[in-house]
Design a protein around this ligand. Structure first.
Ligand SMILES: *Cc1c(COP(=O)(O)O)cnc(C)c1O
Length: 369
């Protein structure tokens, strides 16, 4: 078995020391500006707006495209609550769409049946870094005049059919919370091309103090959503080693999946043929009885996963979001119940991964109905 490449030594603190030396300066946004500049280069979109979290990033993006009270927003049930939360906070209604268990992509038949005259936007979620077909998404949205805002929180570095995650529509939102491949403790950003949407996003994140051209400061409310300068300096340092971070995650996922080859009842999920996957999370289909209980059992043995550790369930089954009258999204439930999505960080070395593999192989062999 080939080992992991070493994680390159990095100076993550140099920029933070410089940012600290400039504090306190209420007007300073120098490090945020530098991080945004580098983001546009590395992730190849015209504009980047750095904010305080991934959730704030989606709130900012949806506000920029005009989502408000009375609107409906389509999003997969196969996601975390933080995708639906900004929709609710903007006074709009999240409408949950099922997913196809064979591809993990949106179930477009279900999506089509849920479009109404109030539907304003569609928010595909690239969960576990896996991206749906961008051509299909664009055709669906164009036919119905919906704006696309991607939840690419886990998908930095993924692309499909040549379209990078976060570049398929009007805006893409990302998170830099610890645990994402590009991390800064807390934080997030929006990628966009349109200058007017960008100006709205910049105004909104900072209490509408720097308004879009032609508008007055604080003529409306914004958010306490700026990225702190220290965090921006850290995020920029990590962005500089983003290729190495991606390579590390790819190697970790490949290493673990190789170690699990032959494990009873577990089959790796492959990316689509035209997909360049960031390998965010090793993904295995659980072909064992009581698959969700198996993931929960592994989590108790300190092998973390989306369902086992974070109890991820389809959003349409969460009482705070359900209207009650819709049929449940069964494809999403099936995907979550039967997928072991292991949670990695850049620190996980061969010893950690070897332990995960040994526990999984042993427990799968012993697992019964
Ligand atoms: C991490 C994550 C979020 C939330 O990001 P925060 O920075 O914690 O607000 C939202 N959606 C997905 C898919 C995520 O992975």
């Amino acid at each position: 078995m080939t080992g992991l490449p070493p994680l390159p030594a990095a100076d993550l603190g140099g920029g933070m020391a410089a940012a600290l030396a400039a504090m306190p300066d209420p007007a300073c946004a120098e490090f945020t500006g530098r991080f945004e500049h580098d983001l546009t280069r590395v992730l190849d979109r015209r504009h980047a707006v750095a904010v305080s979290s991934g959730t704030t990033a989606l709130h900012t993006a949806l506000s920029a495209i005009g989502v408000g009270p009375g609107d409906e927003v389509l999003l997969p049930a196969l996601t975390v609550v933080m995708t639906a939360q900004p929709v609710v906070q903007l006074g709009a209604t999240p409408v949950f769409v099922d997913s196809d268990p064979n591809t993990l992509d949106l179930d477009y038949t279900d999506a089509a049946s849920k479009v109404t005259t109030r539907t304003k936007a569609i928010v595909p979620v690239h969960l576990w870094g896996r991206m749906g077909d961008p051509a299909r998404l664009r055709a669906f949205a164009a036919q119905r005049e919906l704006t696309i805002v991607e939840d690419a929180a886990q998908a930095a570095g993924t692309s499909r059919a040549g379209v990078p995650a976060g570049a398929a529509g009007a805006a893409g939102r990302f998170s830099t919370k610890d645990g994402k491949i590009l991390w800064s403790g807390e934080g997030g950003f929006v990628l966009l091309d349109d200058p007017a949407l960008t100006a709205h996003a910049r105004a909104l994140r900072g209490h509408w103090l720097t308004p879009p051209p032609g508008r007055r400061p604080q003529e409306r409310l914004g958010l306490p959503g700026r990225m702190p300068e220290l965090i921006a300096a850290l995020a920029q340092a990590n962005l500089r080693r983003f290729p190495a971070l991606l390579e590390r995650r790819r190697a970790q996922t490949a290493y673990l999946l190789r170690a699990l080859a032959g494990a009873r009842g577990l089959t790796p999920l492959q990316p689509a043929p035209d997909e360049t996957w960031n390998h965010y999370s090793p993904l295995l289909r659980i072909g064992l009885p009581r698959p969700r209980a198996f993931a929960e059992h592994l989590a108790q043995l300190a092998v973390p996963s989306s369902t086992g550790s974070f109890r991820l369930v389809p959003c349409d089954t969460r009482p705070m979001f359900t209207g009650g009258e819709r049929a449940p999204c069964r494809g999403a439930a099936q995907i979550l119940d039967r997928t072991l999505a292991l949670v990695l960080t850049e620190r996980d070395d061969e010893a950690v991964l070897d332990r995960y593999a040994a526990v999984i192989i042993r427990e799968a062999a012993a697992w019964h109905a």
